[in-house]
Design a protein. Structure first.
Length: 181
């Protein structure tokens, strides 16, 4: 049974994801099912507090949630601004050009193995293009992003969620039902 007024803002990635009772990696709970619709109700750093359609809530790595597309803006309304994929594409092109240059110099005999290793050390890119979809590795943020040509959203990250601040105003997770917490 769905919670009245529930409107998903995100879905769980296609392989599911771990969940926690609190924004604390030491307190895991039941993982969330793949493609489960959830409503992101709070963020604390990398942590996201999600509400499921059945009223169950949990903390997850909010960077890994897949955003549900929003309705298009009303005619005459302001255009929504989204992340531009072009800077990541430009960095990927520059990195690939540096690697290609080192490979060509190595092939011509202008570099030995050690020099090649030195020239390519620290270079890192990742890109998958499949029709209109693109997955780019953002080396500055340590994350994979997904783009559809118009906007980018985080798909996966290199590290787990960071600890949330403790103290007043940070209540534990509650199960919310139609009758209240």
């Amino acid at each position: 049974m769905a919670t009245p007024g529930f409107r998903p803002t995100h879905v769980v990635p296609q392989h599911g994801m771990p969940a926690w009772e609190n924004p604390d990696p030491a307190r895991p709970t039941v993982p969330l099912d793949p493609l489960l619709p959830v409503q992101l109700v709070e963020r604390r750093g990398d942590w996201g507090h999600v509400l499921c359609a059945n009223g169950w809530s949990a903390w997850v790595d909010g960077r890994c949630l897949v955003a549900v597309p929003q309705d298009p803006p009303a005619v005459g309304g302001p255009q929504a601004r989204t992340a531009d994929p072009r800077p990541l594409l430009a960095r990927a092109e520059q990195t690939l050009a540096r690697y290609r240059s080192a490979v060509e110099e190595l092939a011509r005999g202008g570099l030995d193995g050690e020099s090649f290793r030195g020239r390519t050390q620290g270079l890192r890119i990742g890109i998958v293009v499949d029709g209109e979809s693109v997955w780019l590795y953002d080396t500055e943020q340590g994350r994979w992003v997904y783009g559809d040509g118009k906007h980018l959203s985080t798909y996966a990250t290199d590290d787990g969620p960071r600890a949330a601040p403790a103290g007043p105003g940070h209540a534990p997770t509650q199960v919310v039902t139609p009758d209240g917490p």
